[in-house]
Write a protein that binds this ligand. Sequence first.
Ligand code: SAM
Length: 323
Amino acid sequence: MIDNYLNKIIYGDCLNIFRDIPDNSVDITFADPPFNLNKKYHSTKDNLKLLEYLDWCEKWLNEMVRVTKPTGSIFVHNIPKWLTYYASFLNKNAYFKHWISWDAPSAPMGKTLQPSHYGILFYAKESKDNKFYEIRYRHKRCRKCNYLYKDYGGKKAGLHPFGPLVSDVWTDIHRVKHNKYRDEHPCQLPIHLLERIILMSTDENDIVLDPFSGTGTTAIAAKRLGRNYVGIEFDNEYVQISENKLKQEESNSKIDDIWVSFFLRDIVTIRDKDWDKLSKTFIIPENIANIDKSVIIPKNGKNNSYILKKERIDDLPIFIRQQ
Ligand SMILES: C[S@@+](CC[C@H](N)C(=O)[O-])C[C@H]1O[C@@H](n2cnc3c(N)ncnc32)[C@H](O)[C@@H]1O
């Protein structure tokens, strides 16, 4: 019964735990597996032989598809090299939707192109009736002068006040770099990356399963957005870190009754279908063309149910700090 696992981080090997999870029982599965790049985890060997690694990956990918509901989606994050293999496995029993390119530069390796994106494979369990919501992100602006980066010429008045629809190239979410935000984990993902995925593929109270939970990023995003989570993690220390963090989280990432994703004090992802209601909570210039130089701001920013942790205020861009 999936109910026994809801809103827990289960300590164990995901292939063992998957055996107890019924077919078609969760709304989405998201995996950020070990990259087999010899990273320094506490308990996992991250340097398997190629065929051993791929054979293992095919097993948990099949399990992800099996437990996902017919309306649900399967997401897998990794470097492009491994995603090419994963896609060939997933193509056998799920439906390709997108290869999301997450712009996240890493160190130059020399003698080859500098790797500058991670990929997120997005598959639907069935070709019809896949649950999906269009989402929007904020217009990109100059950090210092606040102007829109892109020159829309004479088309500014037709801009969406909040921001463009999200495409399959994500450039506005940065890797977790500052040590003060990191746990003792070599590859923690940003929470608002997972929030974006959850907002576009699930509804309130849906179930999100992550078989490689790490320090609980997916579970935290799900909890903040009022979804149920199931995390599986092989390393007890990461399980403890996740549980401690989850105790401090609330399901309150919303404006009025609308779930949104925040980063620091800014709203970074919304659902397109929520804009009519959300727009009433923002101060929007009458002439939309003026958003060229001014950010739309929540009317009631300080009373939002989401509370910014104090230590993060210094990291805000100046124009948001002064609101
Ligand atoms: C790339 S990390 C995931 C990081 C996670 N997305 C986060 O933001 O914290 C992969 C995780 O999978 C765990 N792991 C490796 N093999 C596992 C297995 N067979 N079952 C469950 N967890 C496993 C590792 O301990 C590691 O924490």
